[in-house]
Design a protein around this ligand. Structure first.
Ligand code: GRF
Length: 217
């Protein structure tokens, strides 16, 4: 396997001038609790970043409402005819919107579609996701339930770069969450989501700080 440095290099190779903030484009399909945690961290100055644009493939998604009530640009963009991915013209529309908003990093926050080829080429090594398990364990859907059913004593959350696979990209950060005696899928999921709301903003803040570091010639 290529080194982690090689697989994450592009994240850091284009430093952002210290005069502006690191620009985030957030994609989500759901209620947007991760988005809210990230937006609040930006607003409170805990991350040298700003939300340039929020996009959802679901017109009535809570994430769009949460963004608009914070005065942020939020758009529904039609995903096209497929159920689990964007069709070709939708993919172009997403790319253009994000490039038009000059985003430095694409943040997936509960975006329920797989992003592939063109999109990942347009934002090579610049798309991050949060997964509710300690990857490479329990990729895919309902990872907290998979962990509970398997009987592990510790699970957690992972922030990773998105590549062509499902939950296979290079790992940027992880946080453990214990599985407690008597946990149900719901109680474990709630504790995992709390950890997500800590780890995701903290990791993005770190990426922003590293990108904003002045370069030495
Ligand atoms: C998160 O819990 C995360 O694990 C997964 O999608 C969920 C989105 O929730 N990737 P929200 O929309 O951020 O509330």
């Amino acid at each position: 396997m290529e080194s982690l440095r090689a697989r994450t290099g592009k994240l850091y190779d284009k430093p952002v001038s210290g005069e502006r903030k690191y620009r985030l484009g957030v994609l989500g399909s759901g209620k947007g609790s991760n988005f809210v945690a990230i937006a609040d961290a930006c607003r409170a100055g805990r991350a040298p970043a700003e939300i340039a644009l929020v996009i959802s493939d679901v017109a009535e998604a809570g994430i769009l409402e949460r963004a608009r009530e914070r005065g942020l640009r939020a758009e529904f963009i039609e995903p096209g005819k497929f159920r689990t991915k964007l069709d070709e013209s939708a993919e172009q529309a997403y790319i253009q919107a994000l490039q038009g908003a000059q985003v430095d990093l694409v943040v997936l926050a509960g975006f329920m579609r797989i992003l592939k080829g063109e999109f990942l080429r347009a934002f090579a090594q610049r798309v991050v996701n949060i997964h509710p398990a300690l990857l490479p364990s329990f990729p895919g859907l309902e990872a907290w339930k998979q962990a509970l059913d398997y009987g592990v004593k510790v699970t957690g959350v992972t922030v990773h770069l998105v590549d062509q696979g499902i939950d296979t990209g290079p790992i940027l950060a992880q946080q453990t969450v214990p599985v407690l005696e008597g946990d149900t899928a719901a109680t474990l999921h709630a504790r995992i989501q709390e950890a997500e709301r800590e780890l995701y903003p903290a990791t993005i803040a770190e990426l922003a700080r590293r990108a904003m570091k002045p370069t030495r010639n």
